[in-house]
Design a protein around this ligand. Sequence first.
Ligand code: AQP
Length: 328
Amino acid sequence: MKRMLSGIKPTGRLTLGNYIGAIRNFVAYQEDYDMYVFIANLHAITVPIERAELKQNTKDLIALYLACGLDPKKATIFLQSDLHEHAELGWILTCNSYVGELQRMTQYKDKTAKGETGITAGLFTYPSLMAADILLYDADYVPVGVDQKQHVELTRDLAERFNHRYGDTFTVPEPLVAKVGAKVYSLQDPRKKMSKSEDNPKGTIDLLDEPSVARKKIMSAVTDSIGIIQYDSEQQPGISNLLTILSSLNNEAIEDIVARYAGKGYGEFKKEVGECVYQFLTQLQSKYKEIIASGMVEKVITEGNDKARQIAHKKIMKVKKKVGFQLF
Ligand code: AQP
């Protein structure tokens, strides 16, 4: 079975974008791949975050992975900071990365272009850590959104560079772009991605939002004055975003939804999307509460860490030997 690996940063409360664009796919992939899913908390501190918030986000992320359908019997769920092998390999790969290639990575480039101050060195070097996350497990595939493809390209370059310099060590991974490339946008500014760290709560649906509040957010989503329900991300980004949300949650093709709404108004359409989100969150949160109450989170992470560590430890020992760190 081919191996796949992915993770999410606990930088905020998970959004419907994280579910539709990532977690939903992980749940499908666990059926066909040897799936490793981690909580990328080392990456979460590349930007400032309060300790209490980080801890809460991390616990919620694990519980939500499970509530969304990740099954610890099929997928190995682990916490990045519990495995020192990530930081060790991260450093070794940082020393094999060039400043120029890290400067081209989108997050750093965007922030410096905007003239942001207080950018940490961690934000600059995190793509090398991300490469370490992937290469430690010899992942064959990494599921990515279009925006993250460049990180896998860098990972491939680093794997090939290391293999060339030190001898065959790492599997060179392939990016896997989901067949249904669903990206979810802000409800208030539908040209901008819906993000955990978004400041305007009205633009974002958190998976732990009160369902009735989420429904209201859908009802007040920004649309347009064209008045036709159709998928046109250029002219009608708001309506297109709502179509993506409904289609993803209901597993109904966008064309079929568009056909159902021929000649109908935005109010009726929003009502259906709002109801669908309401039902989805109600069910998800009921599972989430059960999981939190069961104390399962700690057990899942302990067992997942143990399983992941067996692979990570073997790989880091091999790497250290190749680099010249192992003396006897
Ligand atoms: N709006 C979105 N639509 C589709 N997919 C999305 N993802 C995030 N937002 C959307 C996918 O979720 C995963 C999250 O990974 P991450 O937390 O490591 O990175 P991110 O993409 O930076 O996520 P956020 O929510 O936007 O976090 P912040 O605000 O901290 O930067 C990825 O697979 C991503 O594609």
